[in-house]
Design a protein around this ligand. Structure first.
Ligand code: HXC
Length: 261
């Protein structure tokens, strides 16, 4: 598909990976209805394509995304926001994708941009990354999960600090606080992320999907229920040929060749 607000690639260097670049340079990749609609389409296509094992979402060197598009939102009424269920459809498409999505963040990830990164499965950051929820400065609040997800990532004290002051935090603070899993120099961020994504894409897609589901469950449920679900899915993985292949390959001291069966 041809997109107006995204560039979607299958990089040769990273077999099994779909690279999605947000591409509204004139607005620092601000998220509007068109962009989120296209993102939903691109993710659905990656989900439906058996050759895709992992998705990377990135922006430009200057901005992952500088928030929801303020110019699109500014004149909207409550009735319009409510009727459109503003941005819920776009957010759901990300939440519902069963393949892993890695956010590769360089530059600004503000407001909806920070929320978008947090909807991904994990965040890799350039040393130039700046995260923030500055909605308070506009007289509003985060609207696609920021108050909930940031608090789960970094704890109440830092989430309150970030959300009530609207300040930005740099890559080091974000890594120290658990928002970001690793930091890379800005000019190698995308290549490093693609290598990590290719590694995931080389695993059993069935095991990857179940592992993703299990970590997500840790966010939503009690320890006892989560551990019980893990045990069930762990046992069920023995129904797949990929389990036999993975363990046989280890014993035979060779690389496994997973088939997703
Ligand atoms: C619309 C935006 C934008 C945004 C930047 N631009 N952010 N347009 N929505 N969120 C546009 C600018 O208007 C400008 O276009 C161009 O991008 C370049 O931005 P500058 O401000 O000139 O760049 P710079 O001086 O380098 O400052 C970068 C910045 C600043 C610090 C990131 O742009 C900024 O503060 N942006 C807004 C950040 C923000 O408040 N985000 C939260 C949005 S609310 P022109 O044409 O004027 O040159 C939100 C709610 C989520 O996200 C809830 C969803 C339901």
């Amino acid at each position: 598909a041809q997109f107006q607000t995204l560039i979607v690639e299958a990089p040769e260097s990273a077999p099994g990976v779909t690279l999605i670049r947000l591409n509204r340079p004139e607005a620092l990749n601000a998220l509007n209805t068109a962009l989120l609609g296209e993102l939903a389409q691109a993710l659905a296509a990656a989900q439906a394509d058996d050759s895709v094992g992992c998705i990377v979402l990135t922006g430009s060197a200057k901005a992952f995304a500088a928030g929801a598009d303020i110019k699109e939102m500014s004149d909207k009424t409550y009735a319009q926001m409510f009727k459109a269920d503003f941005f819920t459809a776009g957010a759901r498409a990300i939440e519902q994708c069963r393949k892993p999505i890695i956010a590769a963040v360089a530059g600004y990830a503000l407001g909806g941009g920070c929320e978008l990164a947090m909807m991904c499965d994990f965040i890799l950051a350039a040393d130039t990354a700046k995260f923030g929820q500055p909605e308070i400065n506009l007289g509003v609040a985060p609207g696609i999960g920021g108050t909930q997800r940031l608090t789960r990532f970094v704890g109440k004290s830092k989430a309150m600090d970030m959300i009530l002051t609207g300040r930005m935090m740099g890559a080091e603070e974000a890594e120290r606080s658990g928002l970001v899993s690793r930091i890379f120099p800005a000019d190698s961020l995308v290549d490093e992320t693609l290598a990590i994504a290719a590694k995931i894409a080389g695993q059993s897609p069935l095991a990857v999907a179940m592992n993703k589901e299990l970590v997500e469950a840790a966010y939503e449920t009690t320890l006892t229920t989560g551990v019980a679900l893990e045990r069930r899915l762990f046992h069920s993985l023995f129904a797949f040929e990929d389990q036999k292949e993975g363990m046989t390959a280890f014993v035979e001291k060779r690389k496994p060749l997973f088939k997703g069966a």
